[in-house]
Ligand binder design. Structure first.
Ligand SMILES: *[C@@H]1O[C@H](CO)[C@@H](O)[C@H](O)[C@H]1NC(C)=O
Ligand SMILES: *[C@@H]1O[C@H](CO)[C@@H](O)[C@H](O)[C@H]1NC(C)=O
Length: 824
């Protein structure tokens, strides 16, 4: 539903069925609204009526965005009772019931009503919040609504909606996914406020718990980044005898919604006026540590470690055999059985998401000291903590039974875990029997990392970078004892080999200079031949990389998952002491620049082949940006990073270690700019801002180079003071764009295709990132024949005689540390 395709189809359907009558936002009792008619909220934000999802003739009564995001459905009344024709109608009865009927008088669906009351003057109104309310005309303030759609959320959590439970009315405001993108009937995923024990948010697939957020610590849900400084929305959490809810309100003009997608991911979508589309602001789908209970009872998950699961001090794996097979679900146990009679202590831990609270007890007024005593007195109490971290901490939360779902994260709140004194090493900060909070030594567990759900992606991103770096240094080689060859790779069915250093040394003739193919963005590349006869390209990463073992491994696994015909295939990796090596398929025709910029070889690249290569590159980038599970920004697209296979099919290389964007990030800022002069976009060079649009820019440069056969950075034209981009643009505006084409193409070119390709290239290098098309439109534009927008001036346009609209980029460059890689 939220994908633009569906929405546009829905809007088309709506358009055809809309009656021309003036829109109203409310209906009186017994006033009938038929299929084809709609009501529109006062500010035209939302519209309500009948719609059909894409590829379906079923009719549903629903609410969707009108003014922006047209057609994005946010609520559906008859989710699992669709109408099969357009004879549906709805009204509000004088009893205040919302009725959906069809084919005369058959009632298909109706709102619920707690008590049968005769209202004086009921009416219904669609509010600009997206809430459809039934109210008594004489008593219409918010607390007296007879019924409201916000009490029955579907898959969409809108600003102003409450998520939680009303203990008085019994209303349970949870989110249920759609069954599929085009089927609004309740799907497999439910996200709800769980109130067994101290409340927390859970997400289940059927009966299987998938994700857990919380508990609330007075400021946020435990394990989530701090939301206080969020510029986009404010949050409210209320928990009292009457009700419990979590709610957010937008405080800027951004339009945002949260929804539980049919596939179980939780997405926070923001509307972009520029691209007229939703983009994912953040996603609740997490790394492997986010999966509920992955490390079993007492196991702690740390995404920066490999393997991610470990046991705390004093604990050991319950089933060491399974544990080494990467099945951690049995978790950890005390090294010696816990006995209530033995002397005991509380291990103080910081930087840990609080364990599952379904078996817990709480009290808002107790102090931490009283809390400790209460835990000590009950033999099944396993841990305690303050309930609320504000004002130095207050309240008491006790856990009973095994502690589940522990995750290392940025959490400043202390958790006290009960254990026998005998199991503690002495360098641990603990609460002793005799004195409260006596510091004996340093913290046993370091805090680290973070977890994005409702946070500001940028801040979170920066945090992540910091913690990663600090970790990489301290971790040392301990992890080498773990045999990665059997970890994850086999489980995930990846076609990826661990290749030993000795094999690689043999294959490359000890990294002989004769075998050197070149220098990639991350280190030298060698040709090699494995014992099996397979030819390989071996990329040796610079030893200066601060990257930790786990991170490297994760990136390798991630790169191995990226499989597309226009990406170079990763076939293996090697880690040995400080060596980090990637093994790729070997491509006999080497890289594109060797043909493109070579006087004789370039004649081999006739126009149809060039067009084929351009198209292939576009599809490869599109895959990185969009189709693969991770959003990858390549950051260093250039002719020398495009390799050619035996059939001259282009394959993008050097993507494996490119910046991975969580689905949650749209742009990120980076201090260190990595890229190649001539291909790098202005916003990235100057402000360090990267986004998919920086790749689009580099692609545009590459396209213009493909057509002209000239390098952008070496372009020189006698009579005009232009770079390649400016030159191309000037020719284009003068209607002479074919003059850009390299002369050797004149026999093979298809004029309309060349013109179109230049046009698309110019659209890609426009100065402002938001003006540049996405890769999906690039692919469409290249192969389509529809009209194209005229391109605006390209970046770095410094032509004389025309006003220079751009700020003087280079004057500002100091602000960012630029590491430009010189092209080979
Ligand atoms: C979600 O809410 C519905 C409607 O109130 C309720 O029937 C259902 O039990 C709830 N599911 C969960 C898991 O709380
Ligand atoms: C310990 O706490 C549990 C859970 O609240 C309770 O069922 C049990 O009765 C308590 N035991 C004692 C001895 O108080």
């Amino acid at each position: 539903m939220k994908d633009p395709f569906t929405s546009s189809l829905i809007s088309v359907a709506l358009f055809l069925l809309l009656s021309p009558s003036a829109a109203v936002d409310s209906i009186a009792a017994n006033q009938v609204i038929k299929d084809g008619e709609t009501i529109v909220s006062a500010g035209e934000m939302y519209e309500m009526g009948f719609f059909s999802p894409a590829n379906s003739n079923n009719r549903y009564l629903g609410i969707w965005y009108k003014k922006i995001a047209t057609g994005t459905v946010v609520w559906v009344a008859n989710r699992d009772l669709p109408l099969s024709n357009t004879s549906g109608a709805f009204k509000v009865t004088s009893e205040g019931l919302l009725l959906l009927s069809c084919c005369g008088d058959t009632i298909i669906w109706s709102s619920t009503s707690a008590a049968f009351v005769r209202y004086i003057n009921p009416m219904a109104q669609l509010l600009d919040t997206g809430n459809f309310v039934v109210k008594d005309g004489n008593n219409s303030d918010e607390t007296n609504f007879i019924w409201q759609s916000f009490d029955y959320p579907g898959d969409t959590f809108l600003p102003g909606m409450k998520f939680g439970k009303d203990f008085v009315t019994g209303i349970n405001r949870n989110l249920t996914s759609w069954k599929s993108p085009n089927d609004p009937s309740p799907g497999r995923y439910v996200e709800y406020m769980d109130t067994h024990g101290y409340p927390q948010i859970l997400m289940k697939q059927g009966s299987v718990l998938q994700l857990r957020f919380g508990p609330w610590n007075g400021i946020r849900f435990s394990g989530l980044p701090n939301e206080i400084s969020n510029p986009i929305y404010s949050t409210e959490y209320v928990f009292n005898q009457k009700e419990i809810y979590y709610k957010y309100e937008l405080i800027s003009s951004v339009v945002q919604m949260i929804y539980l997608k049919w596939d179980g991911s939780i997405e926070i979508l923001n509307w972009s006026n520029r691209s007229q589309d939703w983009f994912v602001y953040a996603t609740g789908l997490v790394d492997s540590c986010g999966r509920y209970g992955i490390c079993g009872p007492y196991g702690t998950c740390d995404i920066n470690k490999n393997p991610p699961c470990s046991c705390m001090d004093g604990f050991e794996p319950k089933r060491p055999d399974e544990w080494t097979m990467a099945d951690w679900s049995s978790g950890c146990q005390f090294k010696t059985p816990f006995d209530c009679q033995a002397p005991e202590v509380f291990l103080q831990i910081r930087g840990m998401k609080f364990p599952d609270t379904r078996q817990s007890w709480y009290n808002h007024s107790m102090t931490l000291r009283e809390c400790e005593i209460a835990c000590r007195e009950n033999c099944s109490c396993t841990a305690y903590a303050n309930l609320d971290i504000r004002n130095g901490g207050s309240g008491c939360l006790l856990w009973f039974g095994e502690l589940m779902d522990l995750m290392v994260c940025v959490e400043s709140q202390d958790l006290y875990i009960r254990m026998p004194t005998s199991l503690l090493k002495d360098e641990v900060h603990m609460v002793s029997q005799t004195g409260f909070n006596k510091k004996i030594g340093v913290l046993a567990i370091t805090l680290s990392i973070f977890f994005v759900l409702l946070g500001v992606s940028l801040t979170a991103y920066v945090c992540n970078m910091k913690t990663k770096r600090s970790f990489a240094k301290g971790r040392g080689r301990r992890v080498h004892t773990f045999d990665t060859r059997h970890f994850d790779v086999e489980k995930d069915g990846l076609d990826l080999n661990f290749i030993s250093l000795s094999e690689i040394i043999k294959a490359t003739n000890n990294f002989s200079i004769d075998n050197k193919l070149g220098e990639g963005g991350f280190g030298p590349v060698y040709k090699g031949v494995l014992e099996s006869g397979q030819e390989i390209a071996v990329k040796k990463l610079s030893a200066t990389s601060e990257q930790g073992y786990g991170e490297f491994y994760n990136e390798v696994v991630c790169a191995a998952r990226l499989q597309h015909r226009n990406l170079v295939k990763l076939i293996g990796y090697c880690m040995d002491e400080d060596e980090r090596i990637l093994i790729y398929e070997y491509l006999p025709n080497k890289s594109l620049d060797l043909y493109l910029f070579d006087e004789t070889k370039s004649s081999m690249l006739e126009w149809p082949l060039r067009f084929h290569i351009i198209h292939g590159i576009a599809k490869g980038i599109l895959y990185l940006h969009q189709d693969s599970r991770h959003r990858i920004i390549h950051r260093d697209l250039k002719a020398s990073n495009i390799l050619l296979d035996g059939n001259m099919n282009p394959k993008i290389s050097d993507f494996g270690l490119a910046r991975e964007f969580g689905g949650d990030q749209i742009t990120a800022k980076t201090k260190k700019v990595v890229g190649t002069y001539g291909y790098i976009s202005p916003e990235y060079a100057v402000h360090g801002r990267i986004s998919v649009k920086s790749d689009v820019f580099s692609f545009g440069v590459l396209v213009l180079e493909m057509v002209s056969g000239k390098k952008n950075r070496e372009f020189y034209c006698e009579d005009v003071n232009d770079n390649l981009l400016g030159h191309a643009w000037r020719l284009h505006t003068e209607g002479k764009c074919l003059e850009l084409m390299c002369p050797s193409l004149s026999n093979s070119c298809i004029v309309s295709e060349v013109e179109r390709t230049i046009h698309v290239g110019l659209l890609c290098v426009q100065n402002l990132a938001q003006d540049r098309p996405t890769m999906s439109s690039v692919v469409t534009m290249l192969s389509g024949d529809g009209a194209l927008h005229p391109p605006k001036q390209p970046a770095f346009f410094v032509g004389e005689g025309l006003p220079n609209p751009n700020p003087p980029f280079l004057a500002e460059v100091d602000e960012a540390t630029i590491t430009m890689l010189e092209p080979r």
